[in-house]
Design a protein around this ligand. Sequence first.
Ligand SMILES: [Zn+2]
Length: 129
Amino acid sequence: MEPPKIWRERREKYLALGVLCHDCKKKNFPITQRCPDCTSGNIEEVKLAQTGKILYFTRVSQTAKEMMFYAPYIVALIELDDRIRVTGQITDTKFEDLTEGMKVRMVFRTLSKNGEEGLIGYGFKFVHI
Ligand SMILES: [Zn+2]
């Protein structure tokens, strides 16, 4: 991932933040300046739920250069307990042991690495609970 992109997304990736709209009361991810549902600017950054369930998952073997260090890895669509849907890597669990509907918890881990001495990107992944 390019350094400017890591910098732009640091708050939502590092702190797992989304936005809560005070007008329509909906929570969204990623962080936006206006509510994607009602376009209100009356929004506040809020922490996302830390647990959820797997909706779908797949194994990734071929990926971007900075991610090849981790391949193959598992990516899943997760529905957090606050109904927000996010994609994220599943870690510390074998592909064969995963099932749809399985409960997961957010953990903070290394996400990408630009070469041996390059910039390391951190963010959230998910582990089975
Ligand atoms: Zn809204």
